[in-house]
Design a protein around this ligand. Structure first.
Ligand code: ATP
Length: 231
């Protein structure tokens, strides 16, 4: 297994937001985290990438304990994160958004990586010199994913990448996830059952900060999971 999450707990003040969450993400596969609003999905991702330290529990990436590592070290160790709401640099060009990360990581072949990103999302090549903020929401999501890929992650972590995005771009993102998961692991938070079902090899359902269901994507049953998705 590539990412191992064991008995993770997280608090906001005295409120328990994650309650003993355990699961694994396997190499070259996609794991979907499902659950309704407030279930703890974003809190889980933020705890994994080090936005806030875990209260208790353990996070191992490729055999290395990263539980207390600062977020920039986790990024260097291979956690690539695309937060909800995308958070690209709106005033920089598309190219600059990606180049900043490429330069920061000092890879030996940045050109190859840049080409891979543009092949995955051709629109980024077409809009290379445009301001990030001029892109549509869906294009910004592609840019945010492209920027995360520029750090050559071992695990690409996506928080609701399809939220509020037009269907044609949802399809492009789905195709990209399929393409990428042969090369890296993907951890995806998703509210929509259909999208998760179509890309996930494994799934985990959270409810009130706890894992209430988990299994292979192919065995995920809509009726079974639906009870934990509707408000
Ligand atoms: P959504 O789909 O709405 O993003 P989620 O499953 O990602 O939902 P979280 O945002 O992780 O859920 O929230 C989990 C719980 O923690 C909720 O009860 C939420 O109200 C609470 N919570 C989240 N952020 C904070 C915060 N900054 N301070 C206090 N409580 C918070």
């Amino acid at each position: 297994m590539l990412l191992n999450v064991s008995q993770l707990t997280q608090h906001y003040g005295s409120a328990l937001a994650l309650d003993g969450v355990s699961f694994n993400v396997e190499k070259d596969s996609c794991t979907a985290i499902l659950g309704r609003n407030g279930a703890g999905k974003t809190t889980l991702l933020q705890t994994l990438v080090g936005v806030m330290p875990a209260t208790t529990g353990k996070i191992s990436l490729d055999g290395k304990d990263v539980t207390t590592a600062p977020s920039h070290k986790r990024a260097r160790s291979g956690l690539g994160y695309v937060p909800q709401g995308r958070e690209i640099f709106s005033d920089l060009s598309v190219g600059q958004n990606i180049e900043i990360v490429l330069r920061n990581h000092r890879f030996s072949e940045p050109d190859t990586l840049r080409d891979e990103i543009v092949t995955l999302f051709p629109v980024l090549g077409e809009m290379w010199k445009r301001r990030g903020g001029d892109l549509s929401g869906g294009q910004q999501q592609q840019l945010a994913i492209g920027r995360a890929l520029a750090s050559r992650p071992k695990v690409l972590i996506l928080d609701e990448p399809t939220e509020g995005i037009q269907p044609s771009i949802v399809q492009a993102i789905e195709d990209a996830i399929r393409d990428l998961k042969g090369r890296m692991a993907i951890l995806l938070v998703e509210q929509y059952y259909d999208f998760a079902r179509s890309v996930a090899d494994d799934y985990v359902v959270l409810d009130r900060g706890r894992v209430v269901k988990a299994g292979r994507g192919a065995s995920m049953d809509e009726d079974d999971v639906a009870a934990f998705l509707t408000v």
